[in-house]
Write a protein that binds this ligand. Structure first.
Ligand code: HEC
Length: 439
């Protein structure tokens, strides 16, 4: 019940969930009685939103400075992680103080506050084994999914920490369950005044079987500190780049039962995946199941279709499917998530949610001047009458949030991805197995 509330909140729908639709069930059942997709709430009602980034970070730094910073508690890593490390006896805070002696004078000493539900500074989360030099802990692994969320042009780096000796349960290959103690970070960098600088680092930490802590740490201008900023920041350093408020995380991350969206089979098995990949998880023994699903080979998880179809199906998977347009989200009218079927593959083009529920399906959303009944989610060969193309190609939300997709946290079109999507739609001819365009 609680879960269902989270998911309804996550994607803003008012209709019942459809999570009980089996992977191989008829997708049509997933949209039965689905109502219109409700709009996201306005996330910018926090007093800090809209203030210059450094003002907000300074306030956060002052808050951290003023708080209790007793150095003898609150190790940065979860207990299981700390046990595993050779220097487990020395709390990270004490180590940071030792290290501070050797660093540049402007490096800010790290002090970690005791007794918080989760760290209020990035340096205390366990990502770095040495904060002043930003040395990533060797137990933390970098990865890059083959299909990524567009983040308004920001460069991103992601890391995961899996507790030693623990495994990810992939018995449901479309719903991985992570071991308690898992931590995941995503760092965002932007070009600001001609310099690429860290802007924010997002964090998920599985504290217990049913609780994930989530946070956004915002870097100050000289990158010496990164305290948590719950409110988000609407416009970072004079750009249109938005750091979402903590409240917004679940709107997308509620799309998976265990919160994690990009560290999953399809994105890590995709040919473009880098760092810690699906194959590494398999060979390193990090996956387990009760039904042999951990043996599905990466080669079986390539999206169907030609190169155009694969690219756009991957884009739709990461940007629309993993978060909202999937079986966990009640009320959405088509599925954009690529799902592993009972045979352990992604099936053929005709099996995909996009194919079944978007192609030649009349769109309820209508752009200005479009004729009702003659505008489609996707009209083969015709991006100009395709909602997918229209909504992903613009960023101008009206108050009901319906004029762009994704509907939140993005203010810049992913021009290359939209061009590729248009090329795919344009090339959807009958001889390639697509239906003839509806009238
Ligand atoms: C617009 C939807 C959206 C919002 C809002 C959002 N995320 Fe994500 N996030 C994603 C998607 C999709 C991925 C996976 C793809 C990728 O990493 O490019 C992701 C990846 C991540 C990851 C890497 C682990 C994973 O799930 O793959 C972290 C950590 C993360 N997000 C944290 C946060 C936090 C914290 C917030 C809230 C401040 C947040 N995100 C808000 C969509 C979103």
């Amino acid at each position: 019940m609680a879960l269902s509330c989270v998911l309804v909140a996550a994607c803003g729908q008012s209709q019942p969930r459809v999570a009980d639709v089996g992977v191989d069930g008829n997708l049509d059942r997933a949209v039965e009685d689905a109502g219109p997709r409700d709009v996201p709430v306005d996330l910018r009602d926090d007093p800090d939103v809209g203030k210059p980034v450094d003002a907000v970070v300074d306030v956060a730094i002052a808050r951290v400075d003023a708080s209790d910073t007793s150095p003898d508690t609150s190790p940065a890593l979860s207990p299981d992680a700390a046990d595993r490390r050779p220097d487990a006896a020395a709390p990270d805070v004490a180590r940071a103080i030792d290290q501070a002696a050797d660093v540049a004078p402007d490096a800010v000493l790290l002090t970690c506050t005791a007794g918080l539900p989760y760290p209020d500074q990035l340096g205390c989360t366990g990502l770095y084994s040495d904060w002043p030099s930003r040395t990533v802990d060797p137990a933390v692994r970098e990865y890059r999914p083959g299909f990524e969320l567009w983040s308004d042009g920001a460069a991103k780096t992601r890391w995961i920490y899996l507790p030693a000796g623990q495994k990810i349960d992939v018995s449901k290959p479309n719903e991985w369950t992570f071991p308690v103690g898992t931590k995941v970070w995503k760092e965002f960098r932007l070009l600001v005044a001609g310099k690429m600088r860290r802007i924010e680092t997002r964090y998920f930490w599985k504290k217990s079987l049913d609780e994930w802590a989530r946070a956004v740490y915002v870097w100050n201008a000289d990158e010496s500190q990164a305290p948590e900023v719950k409110a988000g920041i609407a416009k970072v350093a004079g750009t249109d780049y938005e750091i979402p408020p903590q409240l917004a995380c679940v709107k997308c991350h509620g799309g998976r039962l265990d919160s994690i969206l990009g560290f999953e089979a399809v994105s890590l098995a995709a040919p473009g995946a880098q760092g810690f990949t699906y194959a590494d998880l398999q060979s390193g023994g990090w996956l387990k199941s009760t039904n042999g699903k951990e043996t599905i080979p990466a080669s079986a998880l390539v999206p169907p279709g030609d190169a155009d179809a694969q690219r756009s199906l991957g884009y739709l998977h990461a940007n629309c499917g993993v978060s909202c347009h999937n079986r966990n989200s009640a009320g959405v009218k088509f599925m954009a998530r690529l799902e592993i079927n009972s045979a352990g593959t992604l099936g053929v083009l005709g099996d995909t949610g996009v194919f079944q529920l978007a192609i030649n399906q009349v769109s309820d959303f209508l752009p200005p001047n479009a004729v009702k009944g003659f505008f489609y989610r996707i009209r083969p060969t015709d991006p100009s009458r395709s909602t997918f193309s229209y909504l992903s190609g613009r960023r101008d939300p009206v108050p009901d949030g319906r004029n762009q997709m994704p509907p939140l946290a993005s203010h810049k079109v992913d021009v290359d991805a939209v061009a590729a999507l248009d090329a795919w739609i344009t090339g959807m001819t009958v001889d390639k197995g697509y239906p003839a365009p509806a009238p």
